[in-house]
Design a protein. Structure first.
Length: 217
């Protein structure tokens, strides 16, 4: 009889790391569901493929993006905005799968935000070397709702600063299954992702996937 040492291991416990008032990392929060979530991302991408959008200033973003939900975040020469249809397909974005929705709501709750009903899920794909410069999430009309951000695949360094671009940043390595929630006093905190280092992950191969849930009304 063979004995599998790992067969009966429980998924790792969720570990809270407070970043700032209103901001927390929930380590491993979606680790047990990671593969299911990545399969749901693959299903979204079949309808609304990843694409490299252009900033209003005319630069191509290194991160490839798509969305699911009632609205999706888009950028082109006309500016940053939310759109109820995918400009690539002319169709509505695919819906947010129920598991994803429930996990985002549960993470927000753990972060101290109890009435979160996300209607946007921006999906970011970082190839090796891709990054997201320090920015604020401020295209939403209402800042009472938090941002819930889930990480999968290759690790990446998340920078989390203050309300001014020049504030010092904390650097946190995010790995598969980690969730960051920020709202309240931290809702407009500057944040970003340093260039993803070369590596291989069994579930995503050579990239990092990030899902960012927002509620816009
Ligand atoms: O990839 C991440 O962890 C952050 C993504 C982000 O800040 C954004 O999509 O606005
Ligand atoms: Fe952001």
């Amino acid at each position: 009889m063979t004995f599998d040492l790992f067969e009966h291991l429980e998924p790792p416990e969720v570990v809270r790391e407070n970043l700032a008032p209103g901001a927390v990392i929930l380590r491993h929060f979606v680790l047990p569901q990671a593969r299911t979530i990545l399969a749901q991302v693959a299903a979204v991408v079949k309808c609304s493929p990843f694409r490299h959008m252009t900033t209003p200033g005319g630069y191509g973003m290194s991160v490839a993006m798509t969305n699911c939900g009632d609205y999706g975040w888009v950028t082109d020469r006309q500016g940053y905005r939310y759109s109820d249809e995918d400009p690539l397909t002319g169709k509505p974005w695919p819906p947010i799968a129920s598991l994803l929705y429930q996990l985002a709501v549960a993470a927000a709750e753990q972060g101290g935000f109890s009435d979160f009903q996300p209607n946007v899920c921006l999906i970011n794909r970082y190839a090796i070397g891709a990054k997201m410069s320090l920015h604020q999430d401020k295209d939403e009309k209402n800042f009472t709702y938090p941002i819930v951000s889930m990480s999968f695949g290759l690790p990446a360094v998340f920078q989390f600063g203050g309300l001014s671009r020049s504030d010092t940043v904390q650097k946190c390595l995010l790995t598969q299954g980690d969730v960051v929630v920020w709202g309240g006093a931290s809702r407009l905190a500057y944040h970003g992702i340093l260039p993803v280092k070369a590596g291989h992950h069994p579930d995503t191969e050579d990239c990092r996937i990030n899902l960012t849930f927002r509620q816009i009304d």
